[in-house]
Design a binder for this molecule. Structure first.
Ligand code: UD1
Length: 439
């Protein structure tokens, strides 16, 4: 079957309001957390994206039933009463690395887990050593068994004080979801401070857990008995990366673009960079507007764990830098190999030099439409934006990456005035004509 592509005709237009969906990176973990309590958990504001479908399959494999509410398809009903398996197969984990988020909850519920070693985005090594070291401190032992990670807490989970080597989002979440039922107090030092961690901690507390200080570098968890955790009804926070992506669109075209359904405090560093680059930014309780009338100015950006500049907005800002007047320096500190996007943008005429984890972006060249390929989901979204300001037609391939994380990306861009559509690639049209002629 031929895969769809996104075709963009550069009309330089994006203006208006866009509603931001629930955060992918939060919703996935909230779904995993539902394993901790028997019964029906309701998770609201869940985006309609393929990664959520994969996590639904993961939960179904464990014995849960997952359904979208008929009245509102952004509401997920997850019934974990019949969860009786603690094994997650390779076929699912290899599709989405975030499946590893079930490790902590499974150990908490069953005292053991068997989870395939993860695959996922092609952005660097993406190890899980910190997840394992953190869980080991809580009393879990691991062995590798034919590509699977076998975990067991023979003597139950017990609280411990652990400092992570790096504030890993995934390791903090897995530890948190196991620590909620560990006996005694757990202190997670050098914890990740992303808004999605706070969202997860809030949901765990709504279930009956005792988590304090999420959002700071030291998270304290007082363990409670597993049986005391109850299903809850929780709404996912807005997706700061989706919001940031659309705001980059406003900065690129002049906008104004307003993103709604997002707490501006999640986007502090991005907002500061928009201003440095010559944009005007307005913010309210749950919206941000970016507009620009002056030429874009060059910028220096270093990606860092939250509240630093998010690595998931690096590609989008590289595109902005390519359109700025002057030379920008972008440094990637969170992932290895996260500059694959630069080669695709160079196909459209950008001048980008990469050295190790630094990139030098010489702006001011006008972009030309070209056939390009999404290298990961954020790069894919950025390539579509590049097409909007490029001259002529851009054909973005491998858009399954975009579908992993952006709900109705094309529909939302169209509503803002972009000339963009999903189509089948050329060779498929020819195949269709051929079949018809044969008849
Ligand atoms: C999450 C997000 C991802 C985001 C990233 C950083 C999800 C589903 N994904 O990914 O979109 O880009 O946070 O904000 O929430 N590392 C190790 N050992 C470990 C764990 C991590 O070396 O045990 C390294 C990784 O290879 C990477 C860095 O630490 O270089 C950051 O990873 P981490 O914060 O764990 O990101 P994820 O949770 O995978």
């Amino acid at each position: 079957m031929a895969h769809e592509i996104i075709v963009v005709h550069g009309n330089g237009t994006l203006a208006g309001d866009v509603h931001i969906s629930g955060a992918k990176n939060s919703a996935l973990k909230l779904m995993a957390a539902s394993i901790l309590a028997q019964g029906e958990t309701i998770v609201r504001n869940v985006p309609l994206i393929s990664d959520i479908d994969v996590m639904s399959e993961v939960l179904e494999c464990l014995g849960a039933t997952v359904a979208r509410d008929e009245a509102d398809e952004h509401v997920l009903l997850i019934d974990t009463s019949a969860v009786d398996s603690f094994e997650t197969p390779y076929e699912l984990v290899s599709k989405m690395r975030a499946s590893i988020a079930v490790l902590g909850p499974l150990i908490a519920r069953f005292g053991r887990a068997r989870v395939a070693m993860p695959g996922g985005c092609q952005i660097g090594a993406r190890k899980i050593d910190m997840h394992l070291r953190g869980l080991e401190a809580l009393g879990v032992s691991f062995e590798i068994d034919h590509g699977y990670l076998k975990a067991a807490a023979e003597n139950g989970l017990h609280g411990a004080s652990v400092a992570l080597d790096f504030p890993s989002v995934g390791a903090t979440e897995n530890m948190l979801m196991a620590a909620v039922v560990a006996e005694g107090e757990t202190i997670i030092g050098n914890a990740a401070r992303e808004p999605e961690i706070v969202d997860l901690a809030n949901m765990l507390n709504e279930m009956g857990a005792k988590v304090r200080d999420a959002g700071s570098s030291i998270i304290r968890v007082e363990g409670v008995p597993l049986e005391s955790l109850k299903p809850c009804d929780h709404a996912t926070i807005g997706d700061r990366i989706e919001a940031g992506t659309f705001l980059v669109g406003g900065a690129l075209t002049g906008g104004p673009v307003t993103v709604r359904g997002i707490n501006p405090s999640f986007l502090r560093m991005a907002i500061a960079k928009f201003r440095e680059m010559g944009c005007t930014v307005e913010e309210g309780a749950d919206f941000v507007t970016v507009a620009r009338t002056e030429p874009l100015r060059p910028v220096e950006i270093q990606t860092l764990p939250h509240p630093g500049f998010p690595t998931d907005l690096q590609a989008q800002f590289m595109l902005l830098a390519a359109c700025a007047e002057g030379t920008s320096v972008i440094t990637e500190n969170v992932f290895e190999n996260r500059f694959m996007f630069a080669a695709e943008l160079a196909r459209m005429g950008a001048d980008i030099e990469i050295e190790d984890h630094h990139s030098l972006v010489r702006g001011g060249r006008s972009l030309q439409g070209a056939p390009v390929s999404s290298t990961d989901l954020r790069a894919g979204a950025a390539l579509v934006l590049a097409g909007i300001v490029a001259e002529g037609e851009t054909r973005v391939h491998k858009i399954n990456h975009i579908d992993r994380g952006y709900e109705d990306y094309v529909g939302k861009l169209k509503a803002l005035g972009a000339d963009v559509s999903r189509e089948l690639p050329y060779h498929n049209h020819r195949a269709t004509v051929f079949v018809e002629a044969d008849r």
